[in-house]
Design a protein. Structure first.
Length: 265
C-alpha cells in the first residue's frame, strides 16, 4: 500500500516513526545501488558512533519518551493526614540519566578492486540538525573529513525541523533538501530544494571519474520502504503530523488525505 502523499510523507518524520524509516531508507538505497553497481562497486553500511548524556541538547530527539510518576498533592496529603502520621513512604523506581552510545548509520560506495571509499551517502537524523547537540558535532566532524578528502558526499535531508544545509548563497526555500558534493567541483555542489507537494527527485550519484553517474530514484526508495514496513497500518492520518505543518501546507495535506480516504472531509 503506497503513501497517500505524492512525495515525502510528513507523518514519517515523527520521532515515533523516523528511526525505523531511517533504517528502511538505508537498506533500500543499499539494495537499489548494489543492483546497479556490482561487481565494480559495492555499497556497505557503516556507523558513526558518539556518546550522549543528560547535558546533550539533542537527547530529547534520541529518547523522546519520559515516564511520569503521579505525586500525591498537598491537598491529598492533608485529607490523609491521620494515615500519614502512622504510615511509611513507599519507594519509587525511576530511570537515572546516564551516558548512551548512539549509533547512526550511513552508506559508503566502495571500489571493489581497491577497497577504497568513493562516495558517502548520509540520510540526516533529527540530532544532526540540532545546534549544539552531540549528534550534530559528530556529523559535522565526519562531514568535514569527507569534504576535505577525495570522496564524494551525498546528503539527503527529509526532515522539516532543524537547521538545513549551510551555504554561502541564500538557500532556496523548501521543505526538504538533497545535496551532492562532487570532489572535483568543491566548494560548489548541486542542491535539490524539494517542496512537500513535489515528487522526490532522481539524483545522480557520482563515482570514479572514468565511470558514469548512477541514478537513484528517491521516490521509489521511499515508496518501497513505506510498503515493506506497512506504514499504512501504523500511521494515524486523522491526527496532525509531528512536527506540524504550517501555512498552505495544512490545507493541501488535508485535501490529499480526504481524497485518499484517510480522513473525513
Amino acid at each position: 500500500m503506497p503513501s497517500p502523499f505524492p512525495g515525502m510523507d510528513p507523518y514519517l518524520e515523527s520521532p515515533a516513526h523516523w528511526p525505523d524509516v531511517h533504517l528502511g531508507l538505508i537498506s533500500q538505497i543499499q539494495a537499489q545501488l548494489n543492483q546497479s553497481l556490482r561487481p565494480r562497486y559495492h555499497v556497505r553500511v557503516e556507523e558513526r558512533v558518539y556518546v550522549s548524556d543528560e547535558s546533550d541538547p539533542g537527547r530529547k530527539a534520541i529518547i523522546p519518551d519520559l515516564q511520569v510518576v503521579a505525586i500525591q498533592t498537598d491537598s491529598a496529603w492533608r485529607s490523609n493526614s491521620t494515615q500519614a502520621a502512622t504510615s511509611v513512604c513507599e519507594p519509587v523506581v525511576l530511570t537515572t540519566l546516564i551516558e548512551d552510545e548512539i549509533r547512526e548509520a550511513r552508506l559508503e560506495i566502495v571500489d571493489s578492486s581497491r577497497r577504497s571509499v568513493v562516495t558517502v551517502i548520509e540520510i540526516l537524523s533529527p540530532t544532526n540538525k540540532i545546534v549544539g547537540s552531540r549528534g550534530r558535532a559528530s556529523y559535522e566532524q565526519k562531514r568535514k573529513e569527507v569534504m576535505t578528502s577525495s570522496t564524494h558526499l551525498v546528503e539527503i535531508d527529509l526532515l522539516r525541523d532543524g537547521d538545513h544545509l549551510q551555504c554561502r548563497e541564500l538557500l532556496p526555500e523548501a521543505d526538504y533538501y538533497v545535496h551532492v558534493s562532487r570532489r572535483g567541483d568543491r566548494p560548489r555542489g548541486t542542491v535539490w530544494p524539494i517542496l512537500l507537494p513535489q515528487r522526490l527527485p532522481v539524483i545522480l550519484i557520482p563515482l570514479k571519474p572514468e565511470d558514469p553517474d548512477v541514478g537513484l530514484d528517491l521516490q521509489t526508495v521511499l515508496n518501497t520502504t513505506y510498503d515493506r514496513a506497512a506504514y499504512d497500518m501504523v500511521v494515524d492520518y486523522r491526527a496532525k503530523p509531528v512536527p506540524p505543518l504550517t501555512g498552505q501546507s495544512v490545507e493541501w495535506a488535508n485535501g490529499v488525505l480526504c481524497s485518499q480516504g484517510k480522513r473525513d472531509s
